[in-house]
Design a protein around this ligand. Structure first.
Ligand code: IPD
Ligand code: CA
Ligand code: CA
Length: 267
């Protein structure tokens, strides 16, 4: 395993232990509202501090972009992109679908990825050019070729509703066309599931870089495709993502594009 990935795994497991301990007593949690339907707990913050501390100990000059503390400049070309607890709403409700997500970008290119599902003890990892793994076993995207037979993941709009009509039109079409649509509630795991072939494709609008960075590299290393709504690579910037195995990706993107409204058109 690449030494940087190894350090990221250590950080993810430490944060995972912290989250697991806290999940035993969610009644005690202090919950704050960042904005409408956007919650943060002391566990999110503690997990993030622990991840940054673990990484900084080994890589003191690296930069960080983390959900709760924002961007911290470094003096090197490396930036860690961190979601300490992806799926906070699930976590608060004791709904067991949440994860730690850590990615490393070198000169803006994603090179290492870890997503740790603390409930199932599933560790998803990838290094650029080195393939994607689930608990040390190589993973690949599914081989399914028809959208009509596909299980597709998504994330509902829950905070910003400017694109809700376009979203619902796509949702309607997918519900009619696909074998099934799922909304488990932790984008990093949705992407990891595309990488393992549990989902054949996924789309969501309005995500943040820390929701997607690790999952995107996992999918690419598992043989899948990831893009923004134009079929280009700007998903970390635009927040809009479409992905899947290569065949499903193309059909999904083609189905989504006609529903783009004027505001979504640019993305
Ligand atoms: C959220 C989850 C969710 C997605 C949201 C994200 P958080 O992350 O990934 O699946 O639909 O857009 O913000 O806030 O729980 O880290
Ligand atoms: Ca998140
Ligand atoms: Ca989070």
């Amino acid at each position: 395993m690449h030494p940087m990935l190894n350090t990221a795994v250590k950080a993810a497991r430490r944060a995972g232990n912290l989250i697991n301990r806290a999940s035993l007593d969610i009644g005690q949690l202090k919950i704050n509202l960042k904005q409408q339907n956007d919650f943060v707990t002391e566990v999110d913050r503690a997990a993030e501090n622990s991840i940054i501390e673990t990484l900084r100990e080994v890589y003191p000059s690296h930069a960080f972009l983390a959900e709760e503390s924002g961007a911290t400049a470094g003096s090197s070309e490396y930036q860690w992109i961190i979601d300490p607890l992806d799926g906070t709403t699930n976590f608060i409700h004791g709904f067991p679908q949440y994860a730690v997500s850590i990615a490393l970008a070198h000169k803006g290119v994603l090179t290492q990825a870890v997503i740790y599902d603390v409930n199932r003890n599933e560790l998803f990892t990838a290094s650029k050019g080195g393939g994607a793994f689930l608990n040390d076993k190589r993973i690949r995207v599914s081989k399914l070729a028809k959208l009509e037979e596909a299980l597709i993941g998504t994330g509902f709009p829950y905070r910003m509703f400017e694109h809700i009509d376009a979203y619902l039109a796509i949702f309607k079409e997918m519900t009619r066309r696909c074998a099934g649509v799922r909304r488990p509630g932790a984008a990093s795991l949705d992407l990891a599931y595309v990488a393992t072939g549990r989902l054949d494709g996924f789309w969501e609008f309005g995500l943040s870089p820390w929701d997607m960075a690790a999952g995107a590299l996992l999918i690419q290393e598992a043989g899948g495709l990831v893009s923004d709504l134009s079929g280009e690579g700007n998903y970390l910037k635009t927040g809009n993502i479409v992905c899947g195995n290569p065949k499903i990706f193309n059909q999904l993107l083609q189905s989504i594009q006609p529903h783009r409204t004027a505001t979504l058109q640019a993305y």
